[in-house]
Design a binder for this molecule. Sequence first.
Ligand code: TRP
Length: 369
Amino acid sequence: MNKSSAISERNPVRPRPMHMRRAGDAMPAHTPEPLLRPTPARPAPSFERDVMLGLTLRQKAIPATWLYDHRGSELFEQITRLDAYYPARNETRILEQCAAQIAEAAGPRAVVIELGSGSSRKTRLLLAALDTPQAYLPIDISEQFLAESVAELPSQFAGLRVLPIVADFTRIESLPELALIDGGACENGRRVVFFPGSTIGNFTPDEAIGLLKRVGQAVGPDALLVVGADTTQDPGVLLAAYDDRDGVTAAFNLNLLARINRELGADFSPTAFVHEARFNAEQQRVEMHLVSLYTQRVTVCGHPFQFAMGESIHTENSYKYSLLKFQHLAARAGWSHRQLWMDGQSRFAVHVLESSQAGALRERNVMIR
Ligand code: TRP
């Protein structure tokens, strides 16, 4: 079966500027390859458009992706080191335990694709367990943070090709660079999509299904998907994790206003808003808001926006999934359960899924046409 042609038909590789190396070029040892910048088919989401539109909604809201500029990525990395932020700690413990079994399922020469790689700290556990992994493609929206995070990897993992992609991973279907996992650049070896950190919870269930479907289509049949999903429902534990005493999460959330001021010439006063985490029991999600302390008017890109006292901008959701609920969601996206681990406190789960038969058939149909 030739998965490669299906992928390259959908994602033709566009001409690349001369200064960017192609994946086949020889690279000096111990250097990650240059950052790949996609040339997308449809226009990329724009910060300005998302903010301007989001501030006109009845419940003002800004997509969470924009939290992750360089400073935001640094602050999020600090969150993952907080005692109260159990997801990172518990997931790391799980991965320490189960990496060997994931490696067994993956087999030799695996190609690891990570969605929203951040610091790539947990990835090291996976890479170290894998049998001669051939390539690592971290996709992250924060260019400088991505470059810093992967700088050391080639020297730590001999023989591993590191191909960082600066992009919004939700647009995975339009990343021509993903064609690099195709025949020429990467030999056969299982495609392993690594999606830790409960990032899947930052999408609504419908968005999550759409995303996991597109991921399956982009990486082809016979892939593995390793996803971290938070299972916690205890409001006390949740609120402590999303509104820590040290104020790191507050700084992370408020950094969005500083970014809007800087990049869109706005006049948000950082002291006029406060961070708030709310548990929405009905939707089984934690919500992050920036709440206006008083009635005020803010100007963004020359347009005035009115805030009532107590009115908020909704900046993030973090959905919490029981094991069955998550398996059901994944199945609807074409991924079937293969393995599953939880931590000793039963707060977090690492699901290993594989493209289901239906997914593989769909892929073959694409071929025949
Ligand atoms: N994926 C992380 C989560 O849902 C993101 C996150 C953690 C986050 N803490 C946050 C997002 C605080 C916004 C604000 O747990």
